[in-house]
Design a protein around this ligand. Structure first.
Ligand code: FE2
Length: 386
């Protein structure tokens, strides 16, 4: 499955990883020349106290700010446009995102809208952003989405009941302040969903046709860390060392997928997320085994390496035995974190599948899937996951 493309680039923002990283927000904002900051966040993150901590660090540097907290899970185009209005009307010159993937994606969207003066839905696809955004500092509060290091932003188009993927170097933040302490206030189901989102990032990046030796290193590191630390971190939510390992895994997975791109799981999850407002990680978790099964004939060797990184002993096994063992291990992990519903149980019906599949086939993530699907293949995978 070696791609014919041999040239590879690797892009990542400056990032600080470790306990207390978020306290550096004010200093970084000042260094980047902020005179007024749009702080993008959501009510849950504010209630958990993280927004206040970040604001405290801005206040220490005497930096004025405006809060925009109108972001919902699976951020909508209208929310991006509302944030862009506020940014312009209040004279901001730097954006700071404090929250999970939804908040960070919304902040990225606000950034490209204010400089390019176009509607957010006009940036869909790869490299559609002409003008760089204002400085963006991200403080992630979930371990999984890695929006804080990635070249991706996912925005919901509520009219079309779809999600669009914006993939561009222009949406890579300037700085990411990754503080594992923020994970301690996530509820367990969100932590399970974001953890499996990270696992899906690593798996899809590792088998992507755009993978490279550098993205491989990060993908396998993420898989090893998640296999050994995700379930224990959910059993001991206040164990900050375990949370740190999960946050590190998320970062590793983010570096991998941001540069290798993703595959059919994400293409299908984006399509589902537009229909159902399902947590992104949950959609991935439900689809992952089914897509891996479809992809296995084209990437058996690389899936075996993934299985070994998960701790499986695959020596002296036939390819079909390896496949069964790897899929069983993914299923075991999914059940162990409490994601045990099918798509049907989440409200997807057979009648939705043709439309879901059509949208998934148009998602940019499908391009790097190791096995090239036709629309009927995607329909069958959805049917299997019902
Ligand atoms: Fe994801």
């Amino acid at each position: 499955m070696e791609s014919e493309l041999k040239l590879r680039k690797f892009v990542a923002p400056e990032f600080i990883f470790g306990f207390g990283a978020l306290k550096l927000a004010g200093r970084y904002a000042k260094n980047l020349g902020a005179s007024r900051i749009l702080v993008v966040t959501d009510p849950g993150v504010m209630a958990a106290g993280w927004t206040d901590q970040v604001i405290g660090s801005l206040t220490l540097e005497a930096l004025p700010y405006v809060i925009y907290s109108g972001v919902t899970p699976n951020p909508r185009a209208e929310e991006v446009m509302g944030g862009a209005e506020l940014y312009k009307n209040t004279g901001c010159n730097l954006i700071m995102a404090v929250g999970g993937g939804s908040v960070i994606d919304c902040a990225k969207g606000i950034g490209i809208v204010v400089t390019n003066k176009k509607h957010i839905l006009e940036f869909e696809g790869v490299d559609q952003v002409a003008i760089p955004m204002p400085p963006l500092i991200c403080i992630p509060t979930t371990g999984g989405t890695s929006a804080d290091v990635s070249q991706f932003a996912i925005i919901s188009n509520t009219q079309e009941k779809n999600k669009i993927a914006i993939i561009s170097k222009a949406v890579v933040p300037d700085v990411s302040l990754i503080d594992p302490l923020t994970l301690t206030t996530m509820d367990n189901y969100l932590a399970a969903c974001t953890g499996l989102d990270a696992l899906t990032h690593a798996v899809e990046a590792y088998v992507s046709i755009a993978h490279s030796p550098i993205t491989d290193l990060h993908a396998l590191a993420a898989i090893r860390l998640l296999s050994s630390h995700l379930v224990p971190s959910l059993a001991e939510p206040n164990n900050v060392e375990l949370r740190k390992q999960v946050m590190l895994a998320s970062l590793e997975a983010g570096l991998a997928f941001s540069n290798a791109s993703l595959g059919a799981v994400h293409a299908m999850a984006h399509s589902l997320g537009g229909l159902l407002d399902l947590p992104h990680g949950e959609a991935n978790a439900i689809l992952l085994e089914h897509v891996m099964s479809f992809n296995f004939p084209e990437a058996g060797e690389r899936f075996s390496q993934i299985g070994e990184a998960m701790g499986l002993d695959l020596q002296k096994r036939s390819l079909s035995e390896k496949k069964a063992a790897i899929l069983a291990e993914i299923g075991r992990l999914r059940n162990a974190v409490g994601i045990d519903k099918s798509l049907g149980q989440k409200g997807v019906s057979r009648a939705d599948i043709p439309q879901l599949s059509k949208k998934a086939m148009n998602d940019p993530c499908i391009v790097t899937n190791p096995r090239h699907p036709v629309r009927r293949d995607i329909e069958v995978i959805f049917e299997e996951a019902l």
